[in-house]
Write a protein that binds this ligand. Structure first.
Ligand code: SF4
Length: 246
């Protein structure tokens, strides 16, 4: 085996540490698995007697058949560290047969306290927007990517999204909305698998699993910058026109 210089080892260890802090769990390179622990040689694919040493992805979650059963599963979830600081999970609310599903980022303090998404100041604004569209919260479905509140309302970590996204995927599959409205950058980026700026995403035509996605500002952004209200309303008018034929 060729000898690796110490400075190369130090640089590689530092690079791995940085990746780990970003939520990357492992890096697979030419038959070698690198992770937070020392590198482990992967077993040759042709060796039936030796168990593969590449880390397995997180075990698939048993997803129950209905929304209420899924909510029960989520309520006791401990797949990521956010379960340690939450008051309760925030699953989603609304009509299980809704034509329109709003998807946001994660619960805030008020949502964590009440167990319902979009009930704080930003949520009250969303409720007003929904009313201005001629609907009530009971007619749409509202959910977030994360079901537990990140501390200090920080952005979700990639590792947290990876742990939680299967729940949202299942929610969308069960509700089967005709349209999805992505509220803000984080939701848009997750749904559309892009990191394009929100302003650019607002004007494009996109789908998630065949469902048309309208991208607009998060209501919290409207509170921070009222200049976003007019373009947001333009987005909602586009959505209303689409819903007429849904
Ligand atoms: S954020 Fe999602 S994955 Fe993490 S503990 Fe809460 S429900 Fe589970």
């Amino acid at each position: 085996m060729s000898k690796v210089p110490n400075d190369a080892r130090t640089a590689a260890a530092a690079a791995l540490k940085r990746l780990e802090q970003k939520g990357v769990r492992s890096v697979y390179l030419e038959g070698v698995v690198l992770g937070a622990t020392p590198p482990v040689a992967a077993a040759p694919a042709s060796s039936p007697a030796i168990a593969p040493t590449r880390p397995k992805p997180a075990a698939p979650m048993p997803i129950p058949a209905g929304l209420s059963e899924l909510a029960k599963t989520v309520s006791v979830c401990t797949r990521c560290d956010l379960h340690k600081s939450r008051t309760q999970t925030v699953f989603g609310v609304g009509n299980p047969n809704a034509k329109l599903m709003f998807i946001g980022e994660a619960p805030g303090a008020e949502e964590d306290a009440r167990g319902e998404p979009f009930v704080g100041r930003a949520g009250q604004l969303l409720t007003k927007i929904i009313a201005a569209m001629g609907m009530t919260r009971d007619q749409v479905y509202i959910a977030n990517i994360l079901k537990c509140r990140p501390p200090q309302n920080r952005d979700p970590l990639p590792s947290e999204v990876e742990c939680c996204e299967e729940y949202l995927r299942a929610q969308i599959a069960m509700i089967k909305p005709k349209y999805i409205c992505a509220l803000g950058r984080i939701a848009a980026h997750w749904l559309l698998k892009t990191d394009a700026p929100l302003g650019a995403l607002r004007t494009g035509n996109y789908t998630y699993e065949g469902i048309p996605v309208i991208v607009t500002y998060h209501p919290a952004a409207l509170l921070r910058n009222p200049a976003f209200k007019a373009p947001c309303w333009e987005d909602m008018k586009k959505l209303m026109a689409l819903l007429k034929d849904a």
